[in-house]
Design a binder for this molecule. Structure first.
Ligand SMILES: NC(=O)c1ccc[n+]([C@@H]2O[C@H](COP(=O)([O-])OP(=O)(O)OC[C@H]3O[C@@H](n4cnc5c(N)ncnc54)[C@H](OP(=O)(O)O)[C@@H]3O)[C@@H](O)[C@H]2O)c1
Length: 267
């Protein structure tokens, strides 16, 4: 069946390669990026692969909550129904570590923006939809105060905390929405895949991006993931697995989700 799939951060890396794979399979892919010229290029390349795929492209800098809101409302206006949202856009080591709103950009792009997008798109995802959140093997206990601030954490800590916070709200939101909401699944696409993020952070070519693509395509489409609401898939192990123990603690998950909502309510 042909699906409509929105992928954030699909101008490069795993997101772009996943868009290519899904377009090749005939799905309608909605791409997103922060850089208009990269977005135009990606749209042209994808359209060339499959002229009937009806690629649509959305520009928004996810470090800016106003742009996130605008992005979500434009998508909502255009689509009554979306089958899969892949919250893929992410940042690790960046020259400018603080977003204009004064919060560490890793928390803004990796944790807070995906939550806002998910909340805004719930009505068009419905109970049969899926939300795939790009987690990581890098997961560190979340400093609740640092989640809404800047300059408190090293790059490694900011990234690992942002990814555990994403994993924690995924499970908590899945529990809250239950069968009324989409399946919300956190996925580590595998470690050290050869994207710009990995090349720039570790100076290594990294592993084949296709490893991440294959699991995101499976998470989006396969029945194996249809009853995975609230679970964590670890592609380093090739299996559903336990995330960091904090993400199995309902009290801690609730605290993270409440903090996320409190921060977003300020903007
Ligand atoms: N690679 C790995 O081994 C690995 C392992 C675990 C998890 N992950 C996760 O997988 C996801 C994809 O990462 P990747 O490795 O493919 O990295 P990547 O090549 O750097 O791609 C990241 C994507 O996110 C976009 N992006 C970054 N900041 C943004 C912002 N402020 N607003 C909008 N879009 C923004 C980038 O846009 P531009 O094209 O403009 O740069 C790009 O399209 C990330 O969430 C990452 O944390 C990756």
């Amino acid at each position: 069946m042909k699906r409509t799939i929105l992928i954030t951060g699909s101008t490069d890396g795993i997101g772009k390669a996943t868009a290519e794979a899904l377009v090749d399979q005939g799905h309608t892919v909605l791409i997103h990026g922060r850089n208009q010229s990269k977005l135009d290029t990606a749209k042209a390349e994808l359209s060339k692969r499959n002229a009937s795929a009806g690629i649509q492209a959305y520009a928004a800098d996810l470090s800016d909550f106003a742009q996130v809101e605008q992005f979500a409302s434009t998508v909502l206006n255009k689509h009554r129904s979306i089958d899969v949202l892949i919250n893929n856009a992410g940042v690790f080591k960046v020259p400018n570590k603080t977003a204009d709103n004064g919060i560490d950009i890793r928390f803004v792009v990796n944790t807070l923006a995906p939550y806002l997008i998910t909340q805004r798109l719930l009505e068009c995802l419905g109970a049969s939809g899926r939300v795939i959140n790009l987690s990581s093997a890098a997961q560190a206990p979340v400093d609740i105060a640092a989640l809404g601030e800047a300059n408190r954490l090293s790059d490694d800590q900011a990234y690992a905390q942002s990814k555990l916070a994403l994993t924690m709200w995924s499970r908590q939101l899945a529990d809250i929405l239950g069968e009324q909401g989409p399946a919300i699944i956190a996925v580590n696409p595998a470690s050290f895949l050869g994207s710009n993020m990995v090349k720039e952070a570790y100076g290594t070519q990294g592993k084949d991006l296709q490893i991440g693509v294959d699991i995101l395509v499976k998470a989006s489409l396969s029945d194996d993931f249809s009853s995975a609401n609230g679970l964590y898939f670890d592609n380093d192990k090739g299996a559903f697995s336990n995330p960091h123990p904090d993400a199995l603690n309902a009290t801690k998950n609730k605290a993270v989700l409440e903090r996320v909502e409190e921060i977003l309510a300020r903007y």
